[in-house]
Design a protein around this ligand. Structure first.
Ligand code: CA
Length: 258
C-alpha cells in the first residue's frame, strides 16, 4: 500500500517524481510515414470518474455482512473483475468453494445497495483536460468499460459533452468476458476501426492494464488509487503516472496523435 491510511478519494497527481520528458521517452517510436496514434481508449471508473472509493467501500462492507473479509485495498486489486469472479475469490478463501448462484446474487445485491447509498462519484480531476488534449491532437476518443452502471454512463455526456459517441463506446452491456480478458479492448479497437499499434489505452487498474496489454495496445496507467506503482508496472503498463492531469500533460507535451 502506498501508505497506511484508508484509500484517499483525492487524486495523486502532481508528484515531484513525475517528469513528462522522461515518460515521453517510453512512448513507442513511430515511423513518420505511418503517422502517429489515431485513437485513445479510455477506461471509466478510476479514470473518468472518481468512483473507485465508492466501489471499494461497498465491496468491503457487503462482504463483511456475509462473514467474508475484504479490505478496500483488495477491492482495488480486483477492480474490473466480474462480480461473481470477485465473490468466488473470497468464498474460496474463507469457505473453500465457489459461491452458489444464490449467494452471488445476494452478495452482489448487498454491494449494489450499499453503492447506491453513496454520493454520486465526481469527475476525475484532469480527465477533462486529458480528453480535450487527445481530441485536439486528432485522436478518436473511445470508451472501454466493464461497467453497466446506467447513472455513470448517463453522466458521461453531462460532464464530458461531445467527447463520446455511442458507436465508439464499449460497456458492460457489450462484453461477455470482463477484464483481464482482452475482449473489451479488442472490441474498442474494432469499433474505432484501428489496429492495436495505432491506439493508446488509459487505465487505472492492474486487471485493466492486463486486458489492454493482452489486446496488444500501448498502455498509460494513471495511478489514481492506493496501489503501488509497481503493481501497475508488473501488470504490463508502459507508463505509470500519478493521475489524469499527468496524462493530459503527456498528451499536450507531445504530438503522437494524428
Ligand atoms: Ca478502472
Amino acid at each position: 500500500m502506498k501508505d497506511q491510511k484508508a484509500p484517499s478519494p483525492l487524486p495523486l497527481w502532481g508528484s515531484a517524481s513525475f517528469s513528462p520528458s522522461r515518460q515521453l521517452k517510453a512512448l513507442p517510436q513511430r515511423g513518420s510515414g505511418e503517422g502517429a496514434f489515431s485513437a485513445v481508449l479510455f477506461d471509466m471508473d478510476g479514470v473518468l470518474f472518481d468512483s473507485m472509493p465508492n466501489h471499494a467501500y461497498a465491496w468491503s462492507h457487503a462482504m463483511t455482512q456475509f462473514g467474508l473479509e475484504m479490505t478496500a485495498y483488495e477491492a482495488y486489486l480486483h477492480e474490473g473483475r466480474t462480480g461473481s469472479g470477485t465473490i468466488d475469490i473470497l468464498t474460496q478463501r474463507y469457505w473453500g468453494r465457489d459461491a452458489t448462484p444464490e449467494e452471488i446474487e445476494r452478495i452482489y445485491a448487498a454491494k449494489a445497495a450499499l453503492f447506491n447509498t453513496l454520493p454520486k462519484p465526481k469527475p476525475m480531476p484532469g480527465a477533462l483536460e486529458a480528453l480535450t488534449a487527445a481530441k485536439s491532437l486528432g485522436c478518436k476518443i473511445v470508451l472501454v468499460t466493464g461497467s453497466a452502471q446506467a447513472r455513470l454512463l448517463e453522466s458521461l455526456e453531462q460532464h464530458y459533452p461531445g467527447f463520446f459517441r455511442q458507436e465508439l463506446m464499449v460497456t458492460g452491456f457489450d462484453v461477455k468476458r470482463g477484464k483481464p480478458d482482452p475482449e473489451p479492448y479488442l472490441m474498442g479497437l474494432q469499433r474505432a476501426g484501428v489496429d492495436a499499434e495505432e491506439a493508446i489505452v488509459v487505465e487505472n487498474a492492474p486487471l485493466g492494464v492486463q486486458a489492454a496489454k493482452g489486446a496488444g495496445i500501448f498502455t498509460i496507467a494513471a495511478n489514481t488509487g492506493p496501489l503501488e506503482d509497481s503493481i501497475l508496472k508488473n501488470a504490463g503498463a508502459d507508463i505509470v503516472v500519478p493521475g489524469m492531469m499527468d496524462v493530459a500533460r503527456l498528451f499536450t507535451s507531445s504530438s503522437f496523435c494524428r
